[in-house]
Ligand binder design. Structure first.
Ligand code: NI
Ligand code: MN
Length: 226
């Protein structure tokens, strides 16, 4: 399995001959190395219905005939836009041909703000546990710290955890460092920072708070082979 960070919360997983994207926000993402027209995907996994996570999902899914996996309300909304969507919800797992997906809780919001000043609520936000080839990836989505991360750590042997450190909308570095301890992940990669002024952070300072060898700052386009 190969896992690549593409800036903000964009993660690409290559496994079993398939390519899976989590939260493919590319257009308007000033820190990504990707171009939306180059993206090849078999599946897209979404944590929640904010534009900096749904991003280019509809365009990529239609062009690649990719399956979109998302919390029920968001999956339904995207299904109305013509994508092939698979709804799930928190606590539920499903085995797909590309791997197993389980949604975990996240404490955040989820919704679209429309031009005519309406908010389209897209249900609960989630984190994602992805397992394939005996390896488990945890993408926390956008969330504050919550103590059930201990339970997630106890019940899952997490190889790589992607944790937001940007503060303001999500955990900041200190809360994310405690999350890393509770999750017991072998490798922790900081995400959701430096995309916008409100989430400016030094990822090296975050990594310095973790035990030696655990934290790994990935530049957009850098990968971990598992
Ligand atoms: Ni968000
Ligand atoms: Mn976000």
């Amino acid at each position: 399995m190969k896992v690549t960070y593409h800036g903000h919360s964009v993660v690409k997983i290559e496994t079993n001959g398939k390519t899976i994207f989590i939260d493919p926000f590319i257009t308007g993402n000033g820190v990504t190395d990707l171009k939306v027209e180059d993206v090849k995907a078999d599946a897209i996994l979404l944590t929640h219905g904010h534009t900096d996570h749904v991003g280019d999902t509809v365009q990529i899914a239609k062009k690649n005939n990719a399956l979109v996996v998302a919390p029920f309300e968001l999956a339904t909304y995207l299904g109305w836009q013509g994508v092939n969507a698979h709804p799930m919800h928190i606590g539920g797992a499903h085995q797909f041909d590309f791997g197993k997906v389980k949604l975990t809780q996240a404490f955040h919001g989820s919704g679209y703000v429309t031009e005519d000043k309406q908010i389209i609520y897209t249900g609960m936000p989630a984190g994602i546990l992805f397992t394939a080839e005996g390896k488990t990836i945890y993408h926390a989505g956008d969330t504050g710290l919550f103590s059930d991360m201990k339970l997630i750590g106890e019940r899952n042997d997490i190889d790589v955890a992607f944790l937001p450190i940007g503060d303001n909308f999500t955990m900041g570095p200190e809360d994310a460092a405690l999350a890393a301890e509770w999750l017991r992940a072998k490798i922790v990669v900081p995400i959701h920072y430096n995309t916008f002024p409100a989430i400016a952070q030094d990822p090296q300072q975050f990594v310095a708070m973790l035990p030696d060898g655990v934290g790994r700052v990935l530049k957009p386009g850098e990968s971990i082979e598992l």
